[in-house]
Design a protein around this ligand. Sequence first.
Ligand code: C2O
Ligand code: CU
Length: 528
Amino acid sequence: MSNEPVRHPPHSEATSQGEGARSFPRVSRRGALALGGAAALVGGGALVIPRWVDGASSPVYMTSTDPAVAAAEQARRRTGRVIERTLTPAPSRIDLGGRVVETWSYGGSVPGKPIEVTAGDELSVRLSNGLPEPTSVHWHGVALRNDMDGVPDLTQRATDPGATFDYNFVVPDPGTYWFHPHVGVQLDTGLYAPLIVADPSEPGRYDEEVVLVLDDWTDGWGTPPTELLADFRRDGMGMGEMGGMDGMDGMEMGMPSADEPLGADTGDVSYPAHLINGRVPSAPVTVTSSPNRRVRFRIVNAASDTAYRFAIGGHRLTVTHTDGFPVVPTEVDALIVGMGERYDVVVSTGDGVFPIVASPEGKKDPAARALLRTGTGDVPPLGRRPAELSRQLLSYADLVAAPNVELGTGQVDRELTLKLTMGDEGRRWLFNGQTFEDHEPLAVAAGERVRVRLVNDSMMFHPIHLHGHTFAVARRDGRGARKDNLNVLPMQQIDIDLVADNPGRWAVHCHNAYHMELGMMTSIAYEV
Ligand code: C2O
Ligand code: CU
């Protein structure tokens, strides 16, 4: 039994594929009807499946240039201020703290320089591509106009080497966001940076703030990301070393438990280093403050294949926001941040030197760390694991939306299902049996309240990210936390609710960069 690959869902791939292809009769019927009309116009008889390539027109779904997209942008409240920036992704030599790597970065630093705006500002960013391949910029978590979302084949054409693209949009909601390319596995290079959106109406409940960006690092050091991807495509994803499972039976094997809250198999890549703000643990970034201050940490997980367990030695964490949106403050010792997720926490500082640790969840790789220095004292030894890491861990069940951002209860107008499966022994990862290339969009209509049922039929967790909307984790009382990025556990089924208030076509995908490239991406498309 212990030699059985545990990642197989209980259904065979053939079954889930077959179901996937037929699981959206409503969409297919509409598609077939509308396409029938289009086909008649060109005199053809064959049924054509809409292709999601730039420039192709679909008779059923809005394109990114639909007038509804511009109208939604017009309706956004704005300060009248325009913030202008230039982003120049290019090959760079980066010092990670004694280790210099050849990688790609925005403007020569990792992370890239944060962009700071206030809610309602218009952001005007010229992307000037200094890379040897096409790229794009995606503004992760921002409910922006669809044609500025940066997803090739869905909202724009990727920008060629030497070419430019101008991103112009109003940033509607305050919070902690970030940006990165949406091409290939460029995310697993140094191409990422924070986008911090200030809230003009926020009561100052903290004295200072610090952004911490977590990342798993291999580029220019270990196996290059493109090679990792090629290996997965060729060989699939092996089981990795999953020790300690003797004596368990098939169903329990690898499932989430108190010791392994994301399950036994959390990732497929062992990284040479894990970084906080671009620094290896032996040369950490130091946050300097003084005792009895309230420090807000904005934590961003920019990693490609690693969830982190985060804690600060000697401190409790008051969680105030997740994915940019406020929650009813709740106190814990540690929290798990999936790829793409963000948490804001406030700590009340002690006196001394404390480790800020991000431990790769479910991996044996050495943890990332930074330091919090508020007084005198020795730097804690490298590798010291703060006790907080194994104390009270935040669970999604602890998260309740702050009253001002509750989605509330309401009649669900449409229910969609997304089934998450592994295909071809990990050479592909699928939504409803399909990869992005051959996916059938999930249809919504503007104004609807939509429930998406995420059904994980695989033995890995997947951090599922929706573009352009901040959904609510479904709860009967309508008070579920607002998020755009959610860890869906092995074999778990969980519902998210959203209001379709941002017209266009939006990516939904697993934020494991390799799973996404191996197919685990689809789109939610507004009907015309
Ligand atoms: Cu941060 Cu579509 O991603
Ligand atoms: Cu995944």
